[in-house]
Design a protein around this ligand. Structure first.
Ligand code: HEC
Length: 271
């Protein structure tokens, strides 16, 4: 092969590789956006439609009365509370998918809206569809508090913390969080902060680590919640600006970042 031909061939291969990489990035970007979903207002009639359309009724009967292939759902203890139901459906998925394959039923694909309707769990002003499309306006303190109190009630929790991620692009996002306890204490991040992402993996765990640190060092009350939200935000901002799922974030790094925030700087995390 002549040198010129070889050169053209390599250029063509490089182009194919770059285009392939761009396609993969685009493809990965969509699920990232889709993951941003919270909840919807429950509409039982639509929940029923999801139940029928997704094939649940084929085994469990139209009114959940049961069939030859599956038990009556209404009598199951798993339907007595949301945590039990969520756990039961989660554990049920592998067995259900095997049974569906054997019965040659198509595996159901569920959107966040479908899942929310199935669980009948709602939270406030925006539907899961709107949230999935990123089609939401500013979130008021009241809306967040109301949602958190709803979760606390359904899951019998004393403290509920919520992290909110606004995915602006593949590598940039804004972040804030809030926490509520059963004494009525509420604290929300003083500012929605933007960050340049290196690796999101472990970002939620790191936030939890920071939040627990706040509770354990400042107590289970207003002060602990405030410190937890602040330390959680700072710790996750540091974590998400470094690679891999091993967040080793030190106390002095968190302190430096919080100081920089107060001083008006802190746009970049120096390590
Ligand atoms: C192919 C038949 C089949 C389909 C389709 C099916 N299930 Fe089931 N389901 C079963 C069987 C069998 C059980 C009991 C054994 C088990 O838990 O797997 C069950 C159990 C359950 C339980 C109770 C679990 C517990 O431990 O109490 C729930 C809740 C449930 N199904 C929900 C659903 C929902 C929601 C759908 C639709 C997305 C669905 N099922 C579709 C066969 C099916």
């Amino acid at each position: 092969m002549s040198q010129r031909r070889q050169f053209v061939l390599w250029i063509a291969l490089a182009l194919v590789a770059v285009l392939g990489f761009a396609a993969i990035l685009r493809w990965q970007y969509q699920p990232t956006q889709r993951r941003f979903a919270l909840s919807v207002t429950p509409r039982p009639a639509e929940g029923r439609t999801v139940y029928e359309v997704k094939g649940c009724a084929k085994c469990h009967g139209t009114d959940g009365v049961g069939g030859t292939d599956a038990p009556a759902l209404r009598e199951r203890s798993s339907l007595t509370s949301l945590p039990l139901l969520v756990t039961a459906v989660w554990n049920h998925i592998p067995r259900m998918s095997d049974a569906m394959q054997q019965g040659r039923m198509p595996y159901p694909t569920m959107s966040s809206e479908d899942m929310a309707q199935l669980y009948g769990f709602g939270c406030g002003e925006y539907t899961a569809d709107q949230i999935e499309k990123g089609d939401i306006g500013p979130l008021s303190d009241d809306a967040i508090r109301e949602f958190a109190l709803g979760v606390a009630e359904k899951f019998h929790a004393k403290i509920v913390a919520i992290t909110i991620r606004y995915p602006d692009s593949f590598e940039e996002q804004r972040w804030e969080s809030a926490a509520v306890d059963d004494q009525g204490n509420f604290f929300r991040s003083p500012k929605v902060r933007s960050m340049v992402l290196l690796d999101r993996l472990g970002g939620g765990d790191t936030w939890n680590g920071g939040f627990y640190y706040g509770l354990l060092t400042a107590g289970f009350g207003a002060e602990g919640i405030e410190k937890g939200v602040l330390v959680g935000d700072a710790a996750t901002r540091i974590k998400q600006s470094m690679m891999f799922d091993l967040p080793i974030v030190t106390k002095s790094e968190v302190r430096d970042l919080l100081r920089a925030d107060l001083g008006g700087g802190g746009k970049r995390v120096s390590r």
